[in-house]
Design a protein around this ligand. Structure first.
Ligand code: GLC
Ligand code: GLC
Length: 822
C-alpha cells in the first residue's frame, strides 16, 4: 500500500493523504539555518545547533503525535481549517504535500478555497521563507481571514523543556506593525542581557491584528486544533510578558472568484554585533536594521521565486556529479536523487535532529561524521575538508577521541560517552575518502590541534598516524584490537557489567579490562591501515608505509588465526577471553559486522565466487543463510532472549530490535560491498533492494516510514513487527549505501590515480550509463553487462582499450568516454 508517489521529473515525493502511518518529514536548509518539516507542517527551526540555538518549539513523544509546527489557520466565513490538515483536522477536499530537495510544498483545499504554501530556506540566508498562495476556487467572492502561528523556543532546547521556574518569567517580544515591508514580530528573550541574537517572524503585508502570547491565542485549556483566536476570527493584540511567547499575524483577504493572492512570511535568525545591539540609548529596543534587510530580500513574490529557482539550480548542479540511467527507475531515483539528498542531510545533522533524535541528545559524532563524509564528499568537497579539520581538532594526543562535539562550539564533550576504540580509525576513512575524491594532499599539512588546545597544532597527517598507532598500542591477548567501551556497535559493551537500572551503557564507568578484543576493529584496521600506508607512501614516507603494511599483514593473520570460527568470522573476545559470535553458543552465533567488513578489507578473499573454501565466500554464505530476510539482513542471530551482563546494552533490546537482531541497515552495505568483492554482483544487488526504500514503497503500511530515505533500523525476523522501520533520515546507512551502490554495484569509484570502473551488479541490469564528474573532468561511462558472476569489465577509453580498471584522471574540463564490457 502507498500513501503517495514519486515525481522523478520534479525530484519530489508527493504525499496524497495526511494519514500516513507516521509523520513523513523533510529538511529545509543546507548551510547554517535548518528546519524540520513534516507533511503536515509540524517541526521546528534552529540555527547551526539544534540544542543550543533552537528557534521554535516542538513536542516530542506527544499525544497526538507531531505537535508543534508553523501553522496557518483559515477562517473562511466562520469555517475554520488548516491547509496542512493538522492541527485543526477539518476534512479537506484536496490535500497534497510535495517534499523536494530542501523545500516542501503543502496544499490544502476546502470549501472553494485553496491554500498552498512553499517552505524553503534560501541559499545563504538564515531564514525559513513561506510563500503562501491563496486561491478562491469557488464561484463567489470570498472574504477570508488568515492567522499564522509559530511558537518560540527560548533558545536552549534542553533548558526550555526543564527550567520552568526561570523560563516562564523571561519571555520577551517586540511587535512592529509598521515594519518597512509589512509587519513583524520579534522574539528577544535574553537579548537584554547576554545574547546577541533574536528571531523575527514577518509578513509582507499589512496585518489587521496580531498575538504574541500563547494563552491568549490558543486559550489555556485548548489544543492547537481548537485555538481560540482563529475560531473567534479576531486577534487579541496580546503582548507576551513571560510565559509562552508566540508569533501570530492576523490577515484579511478579499478574493473575487478565481482570484489568487500571494503572501510571504519569513521566520529568520538575526545576530547583531555587540556595539550595534540597540536602537535606543536606554537599551530596550532591538536594532532591527539587519532584520529589515532580511525581510526586504523577500518582500515580493518575484524575490522569493528567484531564490527558489537558485535553490533548484543548486541541487541540479550538485546532483550532476553522479547520475545513472539504468532503466530501473527505482535504482535511478535512489542514486540520482534521494540517496544523495539524504547524504547531504546526514552530513549536516550527523545524528542530532530528526523525529527520532530530539536535537538535545547528540551533537556531531566522531565516528558518524567521518562515515557521513564518504557519501557527501563528491557533492561539496570544500565543506568535507572543513568538517575533517573540525573533527580532527577534537582528537586527543594519544589518538583516541571524544565521541562527539557540539556544532556551535566545535568542542568535543563526553556527554554520550568516550573510549570507543573504533573511533580513531574512522578519521583515516574520512581523510582517505576526501583525498581519493579531490587529490588535494595539502589537507595533510593543515595544522590541527589536539582537543582544540591552541599551541598543540600538528599537521593533519600526524593525526592519522596517531589514529593508526592507537590501534596498535591497544591490542589484547590475541593481537586483536581492544574494544574499549564498544566499537562501531555502541551496544557491545564488554567491559561494562552494568546492574543499575537506567544507567547509561554509553557513559558509565567501565572495568579496566585489557582482554576484550574486537574482530571488527581488526578488520577496520586492515582496510584503513592500508589506506594509511598508501597516504604515507604518497607523502614520500616509504619506511612508514612499509611498517604500516607489515602491521596490517600481522593483523590480517591474527584475524584468520584467532578471529575465524569455521564458517564465519568471530565477533569479539569478551572480558574473560571467551569468543563471541561462535556456533558453539545458542544465541548470538553469527554477527554481521565482521563478515562484511573483513571481506570488504580483503581478508580471506580467495580467487572469486567459485572459491567456496575461501573464508570470504564461506562467511558471506553463512550471512545469507542465517542473517538475510526479505527486509534486509539482521545484525546477529539468534537474538538474545535474556540480559547478558557481560555483553551490555546489546542484550537489553527485545529480540529483533536495534542492535539485538534488528536489521540495522548501516551494516548491510558492508555485506553488499563484500559480495561485489567476491564477484557476486547479482546477490549484492538483491540485498541492496531489500533495504532500499524506493523498492519498499509498495509495502509502506509495513515499513511505515518515509519511502524516500533510509531508516537506521527495520525490525528483524524475531520481532513481532518484522519489516517495520524506525529512526529514519539520520543514519550511516545513507552514506554507506550510496558508496555501495554508486561505487561497487555500478562500480564507478575514485581511485588514487584514476577513476575506477568495475561494475558488479549482476544480470538484472544489462546495461547502463553513468555520468561522473571527478576532479573537474566529466566521465561518460557506458556499461554492457553480462552479469556473469566473477566477470570483470574490459575498458575502452576514448576508443582505446586499456589494461585494468583504473582510468587515469583527465585534466579539469576534459570529457572522457569509457565503454565497459563484461
Ligand atoms: C547508531 C550510532 C552509531 C553506531 C550505531 C551502532 O547508529 O549513531 O554511531 O555505530 O548506532 O550501534
Ligand atoms: C543506544 C542505541 C545505539 C546508539 C547509542 C548512542 O546504544 O542502541 O544505536 O548508537 O544508543 O546513542
Amino acid at each position: 500500500m502507498r500513501f503517495g508517489h514519486f515525481d522523478d521529473e520534479a525530484r519530489e515525493y508527493v504525499i496524497t493523504t495526511p494519514h500516513t502511518p507516521y509523520p513523513w518529514i523533510n529538511y529545509l536548509g543546507s548551510e547554517e539555518f535548518f528546519s524540520l518539516i513534516s507533511h503536515q507542517a509540524g517541526g521546528y527551526s534552529f540555527y547551526r545547533d539544534a540544542r543550543l540555538r533552537r528557534l521554535t518549539r516542538y513536542r516530542y513523544n506527544n499525544i497526538p503525535t507531531d505537535a508543534g509546527g508553523r501553522y496557518l489557520y483559515v477562517n473562511d466565513g466562520g469555517d475554520v481549517w488548516t491547509p496542512s490538515w493538522l492541527p485543526v483536522k477539518a476534512d479537506l477536499d484536496h490535500f497534497e504535500t510535495r517534499h523536494g530537495l530542501g523545500y516542501t510544498r503543502i496544499t490544502g483545499e476546502r470549501g472553494g478555497l485553496r491554500v498552498s504554501t512553499l517552505f524553503f530556506v534560501p541559499l545563504g540566508e538564515n531564514a525559513e521563507v513561506q510563500k503562501v498562495t491563496v486561491t478562491n476556487t469557488s464561484g463567489a467572492a470570498k472574504s477570508v481571514k488568515l492567522f499564522s502561528f509559530a511558537e518560540f523556543c527560548l533558545w536552549n532546547a534542553q533548558d526550555d523543556q526543564t527550567n520552568y521556574q526561570r523560563n516562564l518569567s523571561i519571555g520577551e517580544v517586540e511587535v512592529e506593525l509598521d515594519s518597512p515591508h509589512g509587519a513583524a514580530i520579534y522574539h528577544k528573550t535574553e537579548y537584554r542581557e547576554r545574547r546577541d541574537h533574536f528571531a523575527v517572524y514577518g509578513v509582507n503585508a499589512p496585518v489587521v491584528g496580531f498575538d504574541t502570547d500563547r494563552d491568549s491565542f490558543v486559550g489555556p485549556y485548548n489544543s492547537l486544533g481548537e485555538a481560540a483566536v482563529p475560531f473567534a476570527g479576531r486577534a487579541t493584540g496580546s503582548v507576551a510578558s513571560g510565559w509562552y511567547p508566540i508569533a501570530s499575524h492576523a490577515l484579511e483577504l478579499e478574493l473575487a472568484p478565481g482570484e489568487s493572492r500571494d503572501l510571504v512570511l519569513v521566520l529568520g535568525y538575526v545576530e547583531n554585533p555587540d556595539e550595534e545591539k540597540w536602537a535606543d540609548d536606554a537599551k530596550q529596543v532591538i536594532n532591527k536594521s539587519r532584520a529589515h534587510e532580511l525581510l526586504g530580500r523577500f518582500a515580493t513574490s518575484e524575490q522569493v521565486d528567484d531564490a527558489f529557482e537558485a535553490l533548484r539550480a543548486y541541487w541540479t548542479e550538485l546532483l550532476s556529479t553522479y547520475a545513472v540511467h539504468s532503466g530501473d527507475e527505482k535504482l535511478d531515483r535512489t542514486i540520482n536523487i534521494w540517496n544523495q539528498y539524504q547524504c547531504m542531510v546526514t552530513f549536516n545533522m550527523s545524528r542530532s535532529a530528526s523525529y527520532f533524535e530530539t536535537g538535545i541528545g547528540r551533537g556531531m559524532g566522531f565516528r558518524d561524521s567521518n562515515q557521513d563524509l564518504l557519501g557527501f564528499v563528491h557533492l561539496v568537497p570544500e565543506r568535507a575538508r572543513e568538517r575533517i579539520i573540525d573533527i580532527a581538532s577534537t582528537q586527543f594526543p594519544d589518538g583516541s577521541a571524544y565521541h562527539q562535539y557540539q556544532p556551535l562550539t566545535k568542542r568535543g564533550n563526553n556527554d554520550i560517552g568516550s573510549g570507543f576504540n573504533d573511533d580513531p580509525l574512522w578519521l583515516i576513512a574520512g581523510v582517505a575518502g576526501y583525498l581519493r575524491e579531490t587529490g588535494d594532499f595539502t589537507i595533510l599539512d593543515e595544522p590541527v590541534p589536539f582537543d582544540n588546545e591552541p599551541g598543540t597544532e600538528v599537521p593533519l597527517f600526524e593525526h592519522l598516524t596517531r589514529s593508526f598507532q592507537f590501534t596498535l598500542d591497544n591490542r589484547g591477548p590475541h593481537g586483536l584490537p581492544l574494544i574499549g567501551r564498544a566499537d562501531w556497535n555502541d551496544c557491545l559493551n564488554l567491559n561494562c557489567f552494568s546492574t543499575t537500572p537506567g544507567e547509561s551503557f554509553q557513559t558509565t564507568e567501565n572495568k579496566a579490562g585489557g582482554v576484550a578484543e574486537s574482530v571488527f576493529i581488526a578488520a577496520q584496521f586492515v582496510l584503513y591501515g592500508t589506506e594509511y600506508a598508501e597516504i604515507a607512501e604518497r607523502r614520500g614516507l616509504s619506511d612508514v608505509a612499509a611498517q604500516a603494511r607489515e602491521a596490517v599483514e600481522e593483523m590480517r593473520e591474527a584475524i584468520l588465526e584467532h578471529g575465524w570460527d569455521g564458517r564465519w568470522f568471530l565477533r569479539a573476545y569478551d572480558y574473560f577471553g571467551n569468543p563471541i559470535g561462535t556456533d558453539a553458543h545458542p544465541e548470538g552465533k553469527i554477527w554481521i559486522e565482521p563478515q562484511g567488513f573483513a571481506v570488504m578489507a580483503g581478508v580471506g578473499v580467495g580467487s572469486g565466487p567459485d572459491d567456496v573454501d575461501s573464508p570470504a565466500v564461506k562467511a558471506l554464505d553463512s550471512v545469507h543463510e542465517m542473517l538475510a530476510t526479505d527486509h534486509g539482513m539482521v545484525l546477529q542471530y539468534p537474538a538474545y532472549t535474556s540480559y547478558q551482563v557481560h555483553m551490555g546494552e546489546v542484550s537489553t533490546y527485545p529480540p529483533g530490535y536495534k542492535e539485538n537482531g534488528g536489521i540495522f541497515c548501516h551494516n548491510n552495505p558492508w555485506v553488499i560491498i563484500a559480495e561485489t568483492v567476491v564477484g557476486r554482483g547479482g546477490r549484492a544487488f538483491d540485498l541492496f533492494k531489500r533495504i532500499t526504500p524506493a523498492y519498499r514503497e509498495d509495502i509502506s503500511e509495513v515499513h511505515r516510514l518515509e519511502p524516500y530515505v533510509y531508516a537506521q533500523m527495520i525490525a528483524g525476523k524475531e520481532a513481532p513487527r518484522h519489516g517495520e522501520a524506525k529512526n529514519s533520515w539520520l543514519t550511516g546507512t545513507a552514506a554507506w549505501t550510496f558508496v555501495a551502490a554508486s561505487q561497487y554495484l555500478l562500480g564507478v569509484r575514485p581511485g588514487w590515480d584514476g577513476l575506477i570502473v568495475d561494475p558488479q551488479i549482476g544480470p538484472e541490469v544489462p546495461g547502463y550509463t553513468v555520468r561522473r564528474v571527478a576532479r573537474g573532468a566529466t566521465y561518460e561511462i557506458t556499461v554492457r553487462n553480462s552479469g556473469e558472476p566473477g566477470a570483470r569489465a574490459r575498458l575502452v577509453v576514448d576508443g582505446e582499450p586499456i589494461e585494468g580498471n583504473e582510468v587515469p584522471y583527465a585534466p579539469a574540463g576534459a570529457t572522457v568516454r569509457i565503454e565497459a564490457t563484461l
